[in-house]
Design a protein around this ligand. Sequence first.
Ligand code: ADP
Length: 605
Amino acid sequence: MRVVMECAIPGKLLCASTSGLWNPRKVVLSRRNTGLSAHNNLCSSKFKIKAQTHHTSQVGIAKPTNLTDSDIQGFVWPSPTDEIPFWKKEFPSWDANLELPSEQTKDSKLMHIVHVTAEMAPIAKVGGLGDVVTGLARACLSRGHTVHIMLPFYECIQKHQINDLTLITTYNSYHDGNWIPTNAYHGVVSGIPVIFLEPSCQFFKGRQVYGGSYNELEAYMFFSRACLEWMQVTGTQPDIIHVHEWQAGALPILYWDMYHHLSLKNPRIVLTIHNMEHYGECRQEQLSMCGLDGSLYATFDKAVDDRTVGHNPERLSLLKGGIVYSNAVVTVSPTYLKETLCSGWLSSTLMRNRDKYFGIVNGIDTTMWNPSTDVFLPSKFNVKNSEGKKLCKYYVQRGLGLASGDHVTDTTLKVPLVVCITRLVAQKGLHLITHAIKQVEELGGQMVVLGKAPDHRVEREFEDLADSLNQGPSIRILLMYSEELSHLLYAAADIVLVPSMYEPCGLAQMIGMRYGAVPVVRKTGGLADTVFDMDDESNHEMANGFVFEGMDEASLNCALDRAFACYRNKPGEWNCIVKKVMKMDNSWNNTARKYIEIYESVTAS
Ligand code: ADP
């Protein structure tokens, strides 16, 4: 039964200022009367910094070289004692800035592409998946394609972040013997039309995207089927259904073994694997909950988890099923493609499907990540005029209590500032991150870690480190997720550190470069495809950072030492690298075309 209801939900109120340029003075003026916190410690959940001697104040006295009077006069600096931390201030609406680039040439064959995903930046972002879906969707829209994103309507999504949110369909979708009434809403986020699915059960309830008190595997299988069911009830027949990660891994199976035999004929399926570590382990009975006979998929050539063959019970993998049943499979860098063909239990499945398996390095959305328009930055900058970057650095140093004294001084600005912005999970090289903290301190630099640990033991370990180091003059460990602070840190950083054990693509190094931070990375996956060592004589043209190979502390030390030495002893050379990395084009313009070619190669007509 299909019931269509038109029901207006109040849309997002856009900020009146669409100029996109945030005037720090304006914002700070409105904050000036808030005064200082009664406490000497700023305590924002996981952020504790003892107040230094300085307070929020105007600065304009000790002018460092190259900063002009107009840069610093009237500038009001944040302080760790501010009642509202500097990254939580009211910023102009971000979305208002995000028009699609209109100058992009249109593709000749235009398609309808629907992404089915568990994440979307900025409204439901946990890591790079969210950035990639939004960036690729925007790139394809600007090339003239019709694009939709289908996303669970997580309870944690703030409705005011969605433009023109409207209930468009109420329909039933199957789960475990029941037909669950489900609302489909339409809204616009960052210029992209989004269909939000909201089942009337407990799925997707909770304060975070992941980790709610429902069975995640069952929820995403429900979502996968609900997307197809919605297409069927509304007669939507896209050319491409682009599914992401294990969460949508059941969709290709459901499509080819169920909905294609019903009314969906036109779509072809592309799967992008952003991280092979998560493979959607699933029991046969669980797969049966979405209406398939789970026992039929427990074979080597379908969805059995190869490692469990002969075990009782054998397990299935939604990711493997997705690989087998998709028309094309993409992973997010050529090096990760090679790595996954050589190792890991999915390698034999990938080898068997080699002809349809591609490696395309991710892009970054250069409108969302643009230091010359970024609404979160106190001062904008670009490759031709990078003075604003110094102001951003000093702003962050002041706000985090890393600046010495009340005045802009060369001494503070000359301390190399390293940032590491990451999910705190083993993949990201936790032992190297903790080691880097010590090493940077020893080298007389400063380091800020912005990270969230889903594992409580890891969280406690970093909390202990934060407790012992956050009061000091050089290290800040901020255990939280903050999009705003991440923009400020990339802008402030001299060095962005990505010491991952493995890294399918990695966005932090590309974003960092766009904001003039030189990358120090481990040579793995997409890091190996995007960062090339400064001291590699054979590849001087591409050289743009400092690379190490080993997983040990000595290897990391070597790269950090070289970066610090260059920063300190060869400022001219350092400035050249900064300019070079800012000029690099890691935008979707470069890579979206490769996705389009894959879409074209698999479409039905
Ligand atoms: P992954 O997808 O494995 O998390 P990526 O490097 O591909 O790693 O993407 C990470 C994205 O998430 C980047 O945009 C990074 O800035 C962002 N990010 C990671 N941790 C945080 C955090 N604690 N706060 C804000 N942004 C974060």
